[in-house]
Design a protein around this ligand. Structure first.
Ligand code: CDP
Ligand code: CDP
Length: 224
């Protein structure tokens, strides 16, 4: 098995972009687990289902075929043959995703798929989400909780969504974190998990700090 790097954190902490860039630098695969939850939420809506109804969610889970790029330099996400890379980032999907993510059958099924991908990744993988350090891969070689203050996280997200006002973005992030943290705890670092606070770090500095943590972990660098 390759090196497993697990990264968790709240919305806007930089998990996806920082983990992707670190994976490129390390020559590892990349797994954005939130993309799978978003893709399932998209499927529920696509089938005309209610994301708050566990029955509708379980029906969409039946035959749900999620794939995404292993290569961090690529960016595609698919459900069956449909490319949903952009569709899963809409505010409608973002608002639906916490509802589907609390259904236990969803978490069990998606976690099986994530673990299979982690086991297959050579020479390593950076996987990010909310419960990678605690549930999906508690024995990962490197476990990091990436945080940043709520203000900084909201302003990072607002920069990406110029049409939304800052206050609305901040409220939507806070609401989603509150809902999500009732299901899995990603606000406090679990035992053995290193906290990386990016509040005062720029993007390159955060990537550098994550890569340094991986390199520091003795014996982890593959012999090339
Ligand atoms: O990037 P952002 O923080 O906006 O969210 P994401 O990582 O794309 O995750 C979207 C949603 O999926 C989260 O709000 C959670 O409801 C859910 N999720 C989860 O429950 N467990 C994970 N390991 C990853 C995401
Ligand atoms: O996946 P998550 O919701 O945790 O965050 P993201 O989508 O990776 O990052 C949100 C935004 O913050 C992106 O535009 C990043 O480029 C930016 N970012 C930043 O400006 N400075 C950092 N130290 C980390 C991320």
């Amino acid at each position: 098995m390759g090196v497993i790097v697990a990264v968790d954190g709240p919305a806007g902490s930089g998990k996806s972009s920082v983990s992707r860039a670190a994976a490129v630098e390390l020559g590892y695969a990349f797994l954005d687990t939130g993309a799978a939850y978003r893709a399932l939420a998209w499927s529920v809506l696509e089938h005309g289902g209610d994301p708050e109804d566990a029955g509708d969610v379980e029906r969409a889970l039946d035959g749900f075929a999620f794939t995404s790029a292993d290569d961090p330099a690529e960016r595609w996400v698919r459900v069956g043959d449909v490319d949903v890379t952009e569709a899963i980032r809409t505010p409608r999907v973002t608002a639906a995703v916490s509802g589907i993510a609390r259904v236990p059958a969803v978490r069990a099924r998606l976690n099986d798929g994530f673990r299979a991908r982690l086991a297959a990744a050579e020479p390593g993988v950076v996987a990010e989400g909310r419960d990678i350090t605690t549930v999906v891969a508690p024995h990962a070689d490197v476990r990091v909780l990436l945080t940043a203050s709520p203000e900084v996280r909201a302003s990072r997200r607002a920069r990406e969504l110029p049409e939304e006002d800052h206050g609305a973005v901040a409220r939507s992030i806070a609401e989603r974190d509150a809902k999500d943290s009732r299901v899995v705890d990603f606000l406090e670092a679990a035992e053995g998990v290193t906290t990386l606070d990016s509040t005062d770090l720029d993007f390159a500095g955060t990537v550098g700090a994550l890569v340094a943590l991986v390199r520091q972990a003795a014996g982890l660098e593959p012999v090339s």
